[in-house]
Design a protein around this ligand. Structure first.
Ligand code: SAM
Length: 282
């Protein structure tokens, strides 16, 4: 399969009249080794249905198709979405029947749009647009419960935040919310030099494996409201930070004690399981 190199990307962009925009996080990968590495780390192959968000000009898409996987991609830019089937047909004709594109904002896409012949996606693999990376990831994890695993490229700092553990300095709202759905780990760094245009930040890879929610009998909304409240005032003890959430500092303390958590602890020390137990205790 012939993957896209720097000259191909520029030619394609020029022919389509695409001028990459920051607003849509349009930094295209121009290095075949990088997209092959992502596809390998994603551990997808024949028989898997992969959702790709933001396929752009098709760099990663072709590498995913090369593994033998089926790909359903979601692209917000209508010019790029319209061109993708032709790029795949030309570069990977044998894989054309395994590829589909949905022209949509990934934040608005519904699970049914990502089904192919009654199958729902097994994996999410994407070079995510920087400015909406976390909401896109959390939205898809919520909307597609069949997702088994994923590999996403995001800004390096965001990768650190997503994969942080309680007590780490990067641990915060994205870390806990991602952990509600999956085990998340860093899977390496990517130099800014593999993109066109070259972004002013480094990138990182994040790998996740879905698992059941840590606590049952409590909703995602209840847990996330507790997490948001705890980190809105992350320097305060949970007793104080959660006063608004619980109704009063005494009510917060009662919920904390019921959940077996020391009221003087700060939110940055709590696991997602403890947040869920706390939300259930309110
Ligand atoms: N996958 C390509 C690659 O690796 O070269 C492009 C990645 S580029 C970082 C991000 C892509 O996401 C762009 O093609 C952009 O148009 C698209 N995009 C931006 N916001 C989006 C959204 N909300 N929903 C779907 N696609 C989006």
């Amino acid at each position: 399969m012939s993957l896209l190199g720097p000259a191909d990307i520029r030619q394609l962009a020029e022919r389509l009249g695409v001028r990459p925009t920051k607003q849509l996080g349009q930094n295209f990968v121009v290095d075949a080794n990088t997209v092959r590495r992502i596809a390998r780390l994603a551990e997808v192959g024949e028989g898997d249905l992969v959702t790709e968000i933001g396929p752009g000009l098709g760099s990663l898409t072709l590498a995913l198709l090369e593994t033998g996987a089926d790909v359903i991609a979601v692209e917000i830019d209508p010019k790029l979405a319209a061109e993708l089937p032709a790029t795949v047909a030309q570069r990977a004709p044998e894989a054309a029947a395994r590829f589909q594109v949905v022209g949509s904002d990934a934040l608005l896409v519904q699970a049914a749009q990502l089904e192919v012949a009654g199958r729902t996606p097994d994996a999410l693999v994407a070079n995510l647009p920087y400015n909406v990376a976390v909401p896109v990831l959390l939205t898809l994890l919520e909307r597609i419960p069949t997702l088994r695993s994923g590999l996403v490229m995001v800004q390096a700092e965001v990768a650190d935040r997503l994969a942080a553990r309680p007590g780490d300095k990067e641990y915060g709202v994205p870390s806990v919310k991602a952990a509600w759905y999956a085990d998340v780990r860093r899977a390496g760094a990517v130099s800014r030099q593999v993109f066109w245009p070259v972004p002013n930040v480094e990138s990182g890879l994040v790998q996740f494996t879905a698992r059941p929610h840590p606590v049952t009998g409590v909703t995602r909304q209840e847990v996330f409201a507790c997490v948001d409240a705890a980190f809105a005032q992350r320097r305060k003890t949970l007793r104080a930070a959660l006063a608004g959430w619980a109704g009063s500092a005494d009510a917060a303390e009662a919920a904390l004690r019921k959940a077996g958590i020391d009221p003087r602890t700060r939110g940055e020390r709590l696991t997602v399981q403890e947040f869920a137990e706390l939300a259930a205790a309110r």
